[in-house]
Design a protein around this ligand. Structure first.
Ligand code: NAG
Ligand code: NAG
Ligand code: NAG
Ligand code: NAG
Length: 454
């Protein structure tokens, strides 16, 4: 045998040929208030609709007839979500985080940040007003308040206070409020001195199902809090689904969602589980994103086994973990020490505790989660990934010969197919110098991935 040499090469492949949306939307054409709609969805489905991106928005709109409807979704504005930038609870006695001294008529949802005026009363304002406001910092040891009269943006004020003192000021009771008011009134141009304090909130940041999607599709000029009490979001179906804020007590139709997944509470080996899902539903579940992970977690909680099979396996040929649809595990949620690289291992998720991924021998008999595909494959989700591999090759091989490169590719595809992995398209990627293969020079190069749209 000749001595092996290490080379580096790049593969780009269409990793996702078929990616199911993890939510199935339902349009309910019964007029209800937002809270009533929420109860209805929780009883009959999972919850009011959470929407993670344009593909999901499209799927949601496709559940409606062509007519114009105004329909609730799960997004709402929680007026009570004010919090201090200083979160460490050891700074507050009981009830002190809840102290407020709003001006009459405030907060009126003008924005997510708060100023105090020379009367000592508070107003909510936009965090992004230019050129900002003076601000008061708090220092804990010894307790003192520091006024900075330079007009500053809110984020800069937070940064500045945390750098030099404890935080942008907290206010825990009337005594402290008066101290800060006195500092403002004692300063020279106190008449028009509104100062930042450390209270803030993120408007329109909550979904009914506690989801964390940051996707928004507001109509222009919305949300506008018309009439002063618009805290719930609805979709106008005819207006390419743009969103509007409305009074939560208004009655409208609404969108619920179901997980596009099903937990099978029967104990099977990984191979048996795979056949079962393919026969009755679609496939064993893939978890390409944190959002799908949350749906999987919800399901796994009712399993009768400590772990639940997912469609995750280790490819011996390629030496990495792959989802059944050929997708590489860009999103990862391994329990510590479980990202092992052994042939025959399969991936499961813990049904309790941290709900992280563990690698187990495929012969273990576990509950499992299937995904219901129902032709919902979305070809627009195809993704191209680049991956760097290290190979040991015989030094007699002419690595610059295209025929050699092609032969290696074929061999890799055959190996993948032997393992039952299809749906991955592989091709070599030439590097800047026109070559595919490079002899390894640096140490410690690992697989490296880039995400690119096709
Ligand atoms: C909270 O503040 C206390 C007192 O300053 C400090 O000892 C502790 O480490 C802080 N905790 C965290 C989580 O920062
Ligand atoms: C106000 O809060 C500060 C900080 O917790 C505390 O030292 C002070 O005793 C409180 N004053 C009153 C009147 O509660
Ligand atoms: C599956 O296995 C678990 C744990 O070993 C056991 O508690 C449960 O009863 C089994 N379920 C079935 C349907 O056999
Ligand atoms: C995998 O994770 C579980 C749960 O954290 C842990 O008990 C187990 O030891 C880990 N396995 C390996 C091989 O580290």
């Amino acid at each position: 045998m000749e001595q092996g040499v290490v080379i580096v090469l790049l593969i780009s492949g269409l990793c996702t040929l078929c990616s199911c949306l993890s939510r199935q939307y339902h349009f309910v054409n019964i007029e209800k208030s937002w809270t009533e709609a929420q109860s209805y969805c929780r009883q009959n489905y999972v919850d009011l609709a959470t929407i993670d991106g344009p593909e999901e928005m499209q799927a949601l709109l496709e559940t409606v007839d062509g007519r114009r409807h105004y329909a609730w979704i799960g997004l709402y504005d929680d007026r009570e979500s004010w919090q201090w930038t200083l979160t460490n609870s050891s700074f507050y006695s009981e009830g002190e985080t809840e102290f407020r001294n709003w001006k009459v008529g405030e907060p009126d949802k003008t924005g997510g940040c708060v100023t105090m005026d020379s009367e000592g009363t508070w107003t909510d304002v936009s965090c992004h007003i230019s050129p900002g406001n003076p601000f008061v910092c708090y220092d804990d040891d010894p307790q003192r308040y520091i006024l900075n009269t330079k007009k500053t943006g809110w984020e800069k004020a937070v940064f500045n206070c945390e750098k030099h003192y404890t935080s942008l000021t907290i206010i825990r009771n009337q005594t402290e409020n008066k101290k800060i008011k006195d500092i403002i009134s004692d300063s020279q141009d106190h008449d028009n001195l509104d100062v930042w304090i450390g209270l803030f909130r993120e408007p329109w940041s909550k979904w009914s199902d506690q989801g964390v999607s940051s996707y928004r599709k507001w109509n222009s000029g919305e949300p506008n809090n018309l009439g002063g009490n618009e805290d719930c979001a609805l979709v106008t179906t005819s207006d390419s689904g743009r969103w509007n804020d409305r009074n939560c007590d208004d009655k409208h139709s609404f969108f619920c969602y179901d997980d596009n997944l099903i937990l099978i509470r029967v104990n099977k080996s990984w191979d048996e589980a795979l056949s079962f899902c393919r026969q009755h539903y679609g496939d064993l579940v893939s978890v390409p994103t944190e959002q799908v992970q949350r749906s999987v977690n919800r399901m796994a909680q009712s399993a009768s086994t400590a772990h639940v099979w997912m469609g995750l396996r280790f490819s011996c040929a390629m030496k990495f973990w792959l989802w059944l649809d050929g997708e590489i595990t860009w999103y990862q949620n391994w329990a510590p020490g479980n990202d092992t690289r052994e042939c025959g291992q399969r991936g499961a998720v813990e049904s309790g505790a941290g709900q992280q991924w563990v690698s187990l021998p495929k012969t273990e008999e576990l509950n499992f989660i299937c995904r219901k595909c129902e032709g919902m494959c979305d070809s627009t989700l195809k993704q191209k990934h680049v991956l760097r591999m290290k190979l040991n090759a015989l030094s007699s091989l002419n690595m610059d010969d295209p025929a050699v490169a092609e032969a290696m590719l074929q061999q890799m595809k055959v190996k993948l197919a032997d393992e039952g992995i299809t749906g991955v398209k592989l091709r070599w990627r030439k590097q800047a110098d026109g070559k595919i293969f490079h002899r390894e020079e640096e140490e410690g190069k690992e697989e490296e991935c880039e995400n690119m749209e096709v």
